[in-house]
Structure formats: structure tokens, C-alpha cells
Ligand binder design. Sequence first.
Ligand code: HDE
Length: 716
Amino acid sequence: MAADKNEQANNNKKLEDLEQNREDGTDQFLTTNQGVRVNDNQNSLKAGERGATLLEDFILREKITHFDHERIPERIVHARGAGAHGYFQVYESMAKYTKAKFLTDPSVKTPVFARFSTVAGSRGSTDLARDIRGFAVKFYTEEGNYDLVGNNAPVFFIQDAMKFPDLVHSVKPEPHNEIPQAAAAHDTFWDFISLMPESMHAIFWAMSDRAIPRSFRMMEGFGVHTFRFINDEGKSNFVKFHWKPLLGLHSVLWDEATRISGKDPDFHRRDLWDAIESGAFPEWEFGVQIVAEEDEHKFEFDLLDPTKIIPEELVPVQRIGKMVLDRNPDNFFAETEQVAFHPGHIVPGIDFTNDPLLQGRLFSYTDTQLSRLGSPNFHEIPINRPIAPIHNNQRDAQMRQTINKGRVAYDPNSLGGGCPYQAMMSDGGFHSYEERVDARKVRARSDSFRDHFTQPALFYNSHSEAEKKHIVDAFSFELGKVETVAIRQRMVNILTQIDEDLAKKVADNLGLTPQNPEQPINHSFGADTDPQTVQPTEKRNYLDKSPVLSMENTVKDTIKTRKIAFLATNGVDDDALDAMKKLLTADGAMVKIVATKHGTIKTANGAEVKVDETFMTTASVLFDAVYIPGGKASVDALSQEMDAIHFVNEAFKHCKAISATGEGADFVKNETFAGKDENDKAVILGSMAKETAKPFINAIAQHRNWEREMVRKVPA
Ligand code: HDE
């Protein structure tokens, strides 16, 4: 008990220490880094007003020197990202499977820091690149930091860490001209991929709508590798980790993504920030798929193969807890940029498997921090510090913050009373799972890793027609950007192994004919293996469909945090504006008034309404839906505004919900493409906001009306 109290006091002290690192200049004098108050921050010290600047100016030199060194190397991958603080809480004790304290005590709120990222682009690149997203969470548990460094796709492109530098070199901008930025649509990437059949499953995820999320808050996360849970008795179960967003899983269209990249390249970062600032805290449920140790070989795929999922139909995901992100960082650099994740940061109760990709990662992440953050003391940077106490005999190195007391920095010692001493397992000492190993030392890949086509086919077949079309379009776009025809052809040929119809459609868009690869795919699993013998195995069929893979089956009953544009100018009908606003905001949506000019507009009854955006500062692609309230003068003015007409047409083209009342409905019918099809369920026109609000809300909750995509005649 006393020990518990001490621990709690210690944790509180740690949190206080972290807070002390936060600086706020409010009501404070400006000082140098030595604490000397600065009297003139406008002028350097000169020999006369027009004279040369003096070397003596220690204030100028300190300021400029610090500035000159402001940049640190960006992450090699996942450079572009945004993060937030929050907490995690388990619903019920998982002690049956794991002894990790943060998963066994439902009363504990474990602080977390989550960072979402794209993989390929540089730090300043657009958020809306077609890419897998990083989904990394640092749990500051009482037993030390646990990092779950995952992605928004459950599978990876390669099976062995040996191929990671090759994969990343192929997707990064090409080395001779550093083109293209944050894009996989170029020759070197598809050259590599078309020679790597093991990448097919991840490629299908990357070509699907999941790779262009509507929001970080509306994407899933996955631990990817199979890990182990270890319980108090030392029993191990295999486990796969999932994050399920409570707002559902939603994406934008590719055409929209490219436009958002121009209108607001910070779209995802801003969306996360704004949601948290407005109190609409993003939430995910934490899920686990548990497989008993003795069932390791029961599946038709290998649990150690990171290019495979365990379909949820075979092993359901149990939702065991919730993460809430409720605080934005105070400083992007100090927190989001300096946070150092590592899949090797684990706590008792969690352990690794022999997934060869995971094993490689366990080396990589500390190594990369050494060059990025510059010192093995990166764990002392506030965002990386555990709340659990740190005591060991590690000493010194650049930028050491800790002031270790005493003369003893070795173990065993008698001068320090043998401290710090090792923890028994019963004291929470980490003890690696004693997996039995009896093997030859080889450079080779297991035969059980050779099935590359079954799961991409399962993924493709599980989607709706609209989603399938998006996948065909994505392949056609990406390969269309590839200049070397032989690479396009090779890729189309591999696609025939997965789905003939898809391959045909992509080939057709590229002006090619798919050929069944009669030549073996030269895929080497090891130095001395004969390529003939390591052919990928043929596609199998252990499951026709996995409906949870389709975004069609996601949460579609909420409009919380959805952004709705109201197009209005002077003379807008008061009731049409107010009633709709009230109903939408009551359901958690965010309404923005988009007008022709900034400032305020006057309603028909003379009320003043603040304008949030103008047609110059925003665009339909930054919204989920559009509403045009009636009011003759307002609608007449909108009819004269090309950008207003374009706004509605573009929203229509991107399959969004559109509603209008009174004269607004005439505007939609007469001036835009949106009113042409009376059967369109997501264009809701009427005379009163009170009547149109309900179907409008339903249509927004559906996210998009994909049926509309077949209408190709929209001039937007
Ligand atoms: Fe990473 N990865 N990775 N990765 N990764 C990095 O670490 C690496 C892999 C992931 O928001 C780097 O701190 C290797 C899979 C995320 O800060 C680096 C291999 C998954 C982030 C690195 C992989 C990931 C990283 C770059 C193959 C999903 C960003 C900077 C063996 C499960 C974390 C850094 C953040 C970052 C290496 C494969 C996820 C270079 C060698 C698979 C989310 O160490």
C-alpha cells in the first residue's frame, strides 16, 4: 500500500516536472537564454546608427545562432504528421490474457500522445496524398511507456525488414530530379512493386479509398504485426491490435483530394486541431483479435506474415477500451516533431513475435532517433519521458538533463548498497517470453509466406461497386503516370492473378491487354533459391467476402463534426437560415456561412450574421455538404456569382449532400447540375428548412451518394 502511495506520488511529481517544461511568456520580460532581460529587440549593436554591427553583440549572436540550428532532420518516413494528447481507458480487466496494468484496471486513465502521418512526403507536403497513414500511440503507463506504432492499413508492402530501404527508396521522389513529392505515381515505385508480388495486398489497400481519408478522426488503425499478450501465469496468446473510430470510416474522392491539396494542404492537421479545440474529442475503440498459442498453425496463412490480415469473420475483434484525444499540443516542434516512437517500447504483459518485419523494426527506431534527435538522451525530452521512474547506470552523452547523484554508476556495487536493484517478475520486472527456438541459422523466407494473391482478392471482392471503381481508377491513375510501358504491362499482368476483371479494366484505361504471366514471376525468397521454386502460390478461397473491409458498412448514423457550408448573402431568409442551422448544430455539425464578401450579411428581417468564409477563401471540397437558404435578394446575388454555381456543382460532382429551400431550391434547379435528377436521394429541395432538415441530415450521415458518380457531365 505504502509502495502504491509512493508510486502515485512519484507519478504526480513526474507529471508536474513535465509541466515545468512548458513555458508561457505572458506577463514576462523578454530574456536571453541566460536569463538576462533584453532592452532592445529591434536593433543590433552598431558602431553608430549607420555603422557596422559589432561582434560583441552577444544578444544578436545568441538569437541568430539558435535560429541557424532550428531544424532537425525530418523523419525519413512519416515526416508529415500531426499529433494530440489524450487518454486511454480499458473497459474491463484483460487480466485473463495480459498482465499489462493499463489493460487490467478499468479505473486507470492512461495518458497518451497519438501522432498521425503520411509515409512518403516531406514534412511540408500535402495531407491529402494517396498514401498509407501512420497511426502511432504512446501510452504513458505506470509500468513504463508502451508505443503502438501502427498504420491505417493492417498489412505492409514487404515481408522482411531487409526490403524496407528498397521500398522507401522506390517511393520517395526520384533521386535525379527529386520528383514527385508525396506521390507513389511514378516509375521507380511501380518498377519495384511490379517485381514484388508480396506487396500486392498492401497495394490494394493503398489504391483503395482508405488511402485518402476524410479525416484522421475517421480512419482505423492497426498494429499490423501479430504480437503476444502474456498473462500473470506466463501464458502467451497471439494478438492483433485495432483502432476503430467512433465516427466511422470515411474517405474523400481522389479528384477531391487533389483539389484539397491546393485549397488547404493542412486539411487533416487542421481538422484534428479544430475538432479538439471545439470540444468534439476524437475517439477510437481499442480492439484485439486473440488467437490461442496452440492455434498458431490453424489458418491458411502465417500469423507471422505482415502481408496478411486475420479476417474478422474468422477471429472477431473484441473492443476492450477507448482512446480519447482531448488536448492539442502547446508546441508542434517540442511535442509532435520530437516525439520518438518505437515498437520496442513495450511493458510487461506484451511481447513480440518473430514476424521478420517487426524484428527489423525493433532495431531501426532507436537508431533513427540518434540521428534525428542527436543523442541517446532523447528519452529525456519531455514528450518522450515516461511517468514511471527511471533509475539505471546509464550516464552522460550529449544534452544530458538528469543530474545523477552519487559516485556509483555500475552494477554490481556495494558502495551504493547494490542500487538500483533488479526487479523480480513479481515486482513488475520485464521478462521476455520464453519461446522455444530450435533452428538452423538461415537467410530464407518461410514457404508459408508464399500466398500473395488470396487476400488482395478477398479485399477487392469485399467492396461495393463504387469502391471497386475507385480502386480501378486509382490503379489507372498511378500507372498512367508511369512512363515506362513495360512496367505498366508487368503490373497489369500481376493484377490478372488477383482479379481478371480489374486487370482488364485497368489495362483498357492504359491502352494495354493484360497477359497472364506465363513467364514465372522472378521472385527470389533467398540467395540460393531457384526462382522457379519460389513462385507465389495460386490464389485460394477460404472466405468469399469480409464485409467489414468495405467502408459501405461503416457507421452512418451521425453528422457529428461534419462541416456544412451555407451559401448566403444579404437578404437571406431568416427562418431558412436559423432553423436549418439550429437543427444541424443540435446534431453536432459545424455550420459556416460562405458569402461573397467578408464581414456581415443582413438577413431579410435586418439581422446581422457574421460571414465565416468567402468564395475566395474557401471551396466546396473543404465541406461535407452544402445548403442554400431562400431569400430572393440573396439567391439573386448567388445566381450572378460563378463561384457559387461552381461550389454547388463541385459538391454535386463529389457526391455530397445538397439541400436548398425556397428561392434557394430554384437556384439549384435552374443554375446547377444538382437539381436535374429527381430521384437523387442526397439532393433535398423544399420550401421549409424544417421539412428538408431531416432527410438532409440523413444524407450527410450517409457520407456520399456514390450512385451519382455515374453522371459524368458535371462541369466542375
Ligand atoms: Fe516504420 N519507421 N518502419 N513502420 N513507422 C519509422 O522511425 C521502419 C513499418 C511507422 O509518428 C522511422 O521515428 C522499418 C511498419 C510509423 O513518429 C523509422 C520498417 C509500420 C512511423 C522506421 C518499418 C510502421 C514510423 C522513421 C520495416 C506499421 C511514424 C522515423 C522493417 C506497423 C511514427 C522514426 C511517428 C517511422 C523504420 C515498417 C509504422 C526509420 C525499418 C510495418 C507510424 O525508424
